[in-house]
Design a protein around this ligand. Structure first.
Ligand code: ZN
Length: 353
């Protein structure tokens, strides 16, 4: 994928930098970890410090001193999940801000594009409604059709800024609605296509069924982005189904809770079994944390509430995700993804049994 801030190798995992920062890491850390693109959240930056302030600094990349690609979401997901007193109309969504004294805001598709143009990310997203789960079929249909009308308005509103605009497939947990949504978005025409509204409480088989119902409608020469997903296992399964891009707070959020992803499953570092454990989190991992620190030391840092714990944990979990995707790409280049996937799951099952 080529953007105005450089190339991105796919399939790719995008670390989440909600407030224009990947929590506990500097841009130099992200470069060391091999991150090629990060995601930032329009909703949060709109409320604080404000998109016009970020525009005045030359965009989010300059503001945060990260001179590589950035994707911003449209704010839709957060408006629906975090904001108070939201009201959806055909025009857009009205909500009350939880941080600026309860001020009321109206985000329309046009305004969501304008805000993202001010933030200046390389890839921006159409404003959508993330269909709640569970939803009735009628609601899922009504919601995805409104998202399509909003997608067209986003396309029409977008100025010639050199930013890529992606459409977002919705349709709840209904394969036929997913296909309808994808086909209609492709008719409107976007630079890339995202699958939204998954990993919201449905089972893994349902999530995979929705991906399978959608991907055949999406053109192979445009990036396909599975939003907000997921575990290492979800990433490997997603790649197998044709997904090129992923983002998720899981590696960073879990790191700050002391839960680490490894080649053999998860390590909950506060568990008593690690009290005197001289091994690194994952003996197979080459990250800074695993090369220098023991499980016993990390457990102590977490128990003592030391900030270094959050940083070392984040370095490990993000390295694990980014390294997983490096290995996935290498296996695809060598024509060995099937074997890679088989080994990946076999290692987890043997160590967890
Ligand atoms: Zn590590």
């Amino acid at each position: 994928m080529t953007t105005s801030h450089g190339e991105v190798n796919t399939p790719v995992f995008m670390p989440v930098g909600t407030q224009a920062t990947v929590k506990t890491l500097s841009p130099a850390d992200l470069t060391d970890l091999g991150a090629e693109i990060i995601l930032s959240n329009t909703y949060h930056l709109f409320l604080r410090p404000g998109h016009e302030l970020i525009r005045s600094f030359g965009g989010v990349q300059k503001f945060m001193a990260w001179n590589r690609p950035v994707l911003t979401d449209s704010g839709g997901f957060q408006v629906f999940s975090l904001a108070e007193l939201r009201k959806i109309t055909e025009e857009g969504v009205t909500f009350q801000s939880p941080i600026d004294g309860g001020a009321k805001h109206l985000i329309t598709p046009e305004y969501a594009v304008e805000i993202q143009e001010a933030l200046g990310a390389d890839i921006i997203m159409a404003f959508d409604e993330c269909t709640p789960y569970p939803a009735t079929r009628d609601y899922a249909q009504e919601s995805h059709e409104r998202t399509l009308r909003w997608a067209r308005r986003c396309r029409d509103a977008k100025k010639d800024t050199g930013q890529a605009l992606f459409g977002i497939v919705q349709g709840g947990m209904h394969p036929d609605l997913r296909k309808q949504s994808a086909d209609a978005l492709v008719d409107i025409g976007f630079d890339g296509y995202a699958i939204g509204g998954l990993s919201v409480g449905e089972t893994k088989p349902v999530m995979q069924e929705m991906i399978e119902a959608t991907v055949p409608s999406l053109p192979g020469d445009r990036p396909r982005y599975l939003m907000g997903v997921g575990t290492p296992e979800d990433l490997v399964e997603g790649v197998d189904r044709g997904i090129d891009m992923f983002d998720c707070v899981m590696p960073t959020r879990n790191a700050r809770n002391g839960t680490f992803f490894t080649s053999f499953g998860r390590v909950v570092i506060r568990n008593a079994q690690y009290e005197r454990d001289p091994q690194p989190i994952d003996p197979a991992c080459g990250c800074h944390t695993c090369r220098n620190f023991t499980r016993a030391y990390l457990r102590h840092l977490f128990n003592a509430g030391e900030v270094l714990a959050l940083r070392l944990g984040t370095i490990h979990n993000l390295f694990f995700y980014l390294d997983l995707m490096r290995n996935v790409r290498a296996s695809i280049e060598q024509g060995g993804f099937r074997e890679f996937k088989r080994d990946f799951f076999a290692k987890r099952e043997s160590q967890n049994s």
